[in-house]
Design a protein around this ligand. Sequence first.
Ligand code: GLU
Length: 480
Amino acid sequence: MPPKSTDPVSTDSVVTRFAPSPTGYLHLGNARTALLNFLAARKAGGRFILRVEDTDEARSNEDFMTALFADLHWLGIDWDEGPDIGGPHAIYRQQQRRAIYEEWLSRLDVAGLTYPCFCTPAELNIQRKRQLASGQPPRYAGTCRNLTQEERADRLVRGLPAALRFRVPHGQVVQFVDLVHGEQRFNSDDIGDFIIRRTDGSTAFFFSNAVDDALMDVTLVLRGDDHMTNTPRQILLLQALGLRIPQYAHVALLLGMDGSPLSKRHGDTSLRELRDRGYLPGALRNHLVRLGHSCVTDGWLDDAALIADFDLTRLGRAAAKFDDAQLRHWQKETVAHLSAEEFADWIRSVLPQGLDAEHEAQFVAAVRGNVELPSDAKVWAKVVFGKLDEFEPAALAAIREAGETFFGEALKLIGHPGAEFKPAVKALGQATGKKGPGLFMPLRAALTGFTHGPELAPMLALLPLAEVQARLEHARRLAV
Ligand code: GLU
């Protein structure tokens, strides 16, 4: 679909990126960010880059990175450039881009815009507390900014660990238009000189992230609004380096239903956990795209419709709450959109091994309306293909209520070869004087162990006659 002329980003060259740090499994917040970036690029016919921000070597690991690729693919996201497929801006792992950062750091150096900082974490902590105590916002006090050449040389000779700070210009207003929050203004005097290279030699996030966006020709940085206050710092760096400044869109962080940031105590928060519980990618996509973005279509969106429906102008500020009930709603919708074959593939692991195609198809048709997760299909597979050894309390009550005679009649009318369910049940009603739930409920309870579930006749068609007889007989004895 061609991009609309009202799109706030020029459309022929949109380049977005997802830039995760592989320090854990992909969580829902990041999955949403990835999805929105992917959709923004696809909608505009642009490019989507995957860049791995693994500068924190202690916490990043290879397994998380492999899992990240798999999780994104599972969600239906692919990328045009990335560590696994290369691309015109290779390299896509920050750990391997050190030489590039050194080169750009030295440009700042040459311009006199950096200085080594010897302050220890303890000293910085004291500064911070002092500022907070006197009601000032905490920022670097500038202790090492004005050291003389001799003082610096002396500290370096003594081998004191040195970080590198960016000299933030005084008295400037940093302005940008955020696609979600509108015009933003920050006073540079509120921003302390910040670290661009840590004492261990690694480049700080502010620097590597901004430099990479510029070098990779990223035109739109769409990320969580926890990064909003980082943006003026990054703009200052890009200005100092003469690099292109992208557009920014900061979307509201994902919250749990109680309004606090989504975390473990809200239950499963990684994509992997939800996938393992049987949620389908279409369900996640449909829920996530509506968090911080409003869709024109209320109904379920397939991959192409999702791209068509996405619009940067509909990113919103409303709190984005991850809602289990919503996820279940989209899961139901997604299940309903599976073909019979897809549905069968999805639940096959809960079916008896070697089940023939005809019975499999019959089972799928019988239960699919009652299946949200494969664990539901497992319950019905046990009812149909296994032995009935458990009854819900309500089912037991319904059996006892119906009484022994009811099941004696049922055995005669339903439990014989060639019995057709509907006429047989009608005859049972006539013979016992029961009707409505009083007729159907005890039968369902006796044959399935439940008082609710898929339509009975198609399930019953899958039960061997001997099993139907055994279950009715068992119910008859229970009802004595
Ligand atoms: N690695 C950063 C994060 O995961 C990237 C932030 C950004 O998108 O700029 O938070």
